[in-house]
Design a protein. Structure first.
Length: 109
C-alpha cells in the first residue's frame, strides 16, 4: 500500500513500539473504537497501555491515523482536544453519553 509507505516515512524518527501503535491504530475501521489496553495487547505489550497513550500523543498525522478512535476502558474520551475527538466520533456514528463512548461488542475493535 502506497499510503502505508508514505505514513511509514513520516514515522521514521519514532521508536518501533510507537510505529507499531500508530499502524495498529490505522487499522481501526470507521465506526469502531478500541481501548488503550486492547491496543497495547494488539501490539504485543498488554501492560503498556500508558505507553500507547504516549505514542498516540505523538501522532504526526491525525485524523489520517485515527487516534480519536482510541478511548479509555471505561469509554471516556481523553487526551488533547476532547471536543474535537468527540465530534469526530459522533460524525462516525459512535454512540456517546457526554464525553464517554457507550462501549459494546458491536463497536469495539
Amino acid at each position: 500500500m502506497k499510503d502505508r509507505e508514505k505514513i511509514a516515512k513520516n514515522l521514521s524518527s519514532m521508536s518501533e513500539f510507537e510505529r507499531d501503535v500508530l499502524f495498529a491504530t490505522l487499522d481501526i475501521p470507521k465506526g469502531k473504537v478500541t481501548t488503550y489496553k486492547r491496543l497495547a495487547a494488539k501490539v504485543g505489550r498488554p501492560n503498556a497501555y500508558r505507553a500507547v497513550g504516549n505514542a498516540l500523543h505523538k501522532n504526526p498525522s491525525p485524523p489520517i491515523i485515527p487516534c480519536h478512535r482510541v478511548v479509555r476502558s471505561d469509554g471516556r474520551i481523553v487526551g488533547d482536544k476532547v471536543s474535537e475527538r468527540r465530534k469526530r466520533l459522533e460524525e462516525e456514528g459512535i454512540p456517546l453519553i457526554g464525553n464517554r463512548v457507550k462501549l459494546g461488542e458491536d463497536i469495539l475493535f
